[in-house]
Design a protein around this ligand. Sequence first.
Ligand SMILES: Nc1ncnc2c1ncn2[C@@H]1O[C@H](COP(=O)(O)OP(=O)(O)O)[C@@H](O)[C@H]1O
Ligand SMILES: O=c1ccn([C@@H]2O[C@H](COP(=O)(O)OP(=O)(O)O)[C@@H](O)[C@H]2O)c(=O)[nH]1
Length: 318
Amino acid sequence: MSSAFRSISGRIVSNLQHPIRNCPAALTRLHLRFQPRNVQPSSIPSAFRGAPARNYATGSGKGGETAGSKNPFPIIPLLAILAAGSGGFYFLVQSRKEPMPAIEEPSRKPRLTAGDVKKPAFGPGEVSVIFILGGPGAGKGTQCQNLVRDYGFVHLSAGDLLRAEQNREGSEFGELIKTYIREGKIVPMEVTVALLENAMRDAIAAQQKTMFLIDGFPRQMDQALKFEEEVSESRFTLFFECSEDTMLQRLLKRGETSGRIDDNIESIKKRFHTFQVTSMPVVDYYDKKGKVVRIDASSTREGVYSQVQKQLIDKLKA
Ligand SMILES: Nc1ncnc2c1ncn2[C@@H]1O[C@H](COP(=O)(O)OP(=O)(O)O)[C@@H](O)[C@H]1O
Ligand SMILES: O=c1ccn([C@@H]2O[C@H](COP(=O)(O)OP(=O)(O)O)[C@@H](O)[C@H]2O)c(=O)[nH]1
């Protein structure tokens, strides 16, 4: 047994031996629960309250009779005391037999109201959201353009929205976004989710379009959960599978003209790492829910697109 294990197991055992010592609040609650119901301390006969017992045998009580009095055995007062004591004890025992009522803690259990249940900004009947995922350079943006052209989707690239925010004059987040993108890290979700929600509202207002391709998002589990809780549920995820070698060649080529600060070998390596560690769990999460459509993204642009069309149409019909 390793010393680390010994020390942990020792702590567990000592906690088990002293569960209350480690939890004063629990102690207070337990103590409360075992107060007999309806029995106030003042209604308990003093004999049971631990009050100093009178020494009746010495005659020091009310009446002041002594051993030399007429009646050496003051039987009537003695019987009365015994009867009162037994009666009190009986009622005390009875009250303990009753089931203990649960102690209510109203401040900890507020009543649930309709307003407490968060609803996404857009219901399933209002918008249709498809997530587009795949490694950097897998061809997500390229295929989204095809779908916009042929089917009238609204294409929202999370990366494009972040770059636009980064370049917006006066943006509070410009520097932060720039650093995250160059390092291939995921920008804090609040920023990205807000940008996406705003862009969806704009598209609905300006174009009355409600079918969204959300490209390059969600790249981290917290984003996925937040977006689905606050903005909209997704219908499914189109996942573009491609080897790192192929993606690297595509990105280096794109980097010749894109002007992007992350299309260079150092940033690309970091982006691959982030994709494997942080984004693949999102794909796995939706896969387990049966909500992933896999596309082999290693063939030509046209070859990939014909798969996308077929799979997408099948899924939308389903
Ligand atoms: N199937 C493909 N075959 C070869 N090059 C491609 C293919 N799909 C996209 N590209 C090119 O690869 C680069 C990355 O594609 P892009 O759609 O921007 O990827 P992503 O949005 O996944 O990062 C672009 O320069 C694009 O023109
Ligand atoms: O939800 C997102 C999407 C993108 N990014 C950042 O934007 C970069 C570029 O993403 P984009 O989708 O534009 O490009 P891709 O890596 O897919 O080529 C990523 O590496 C991240 O740093 C982010 O932080 N959150």
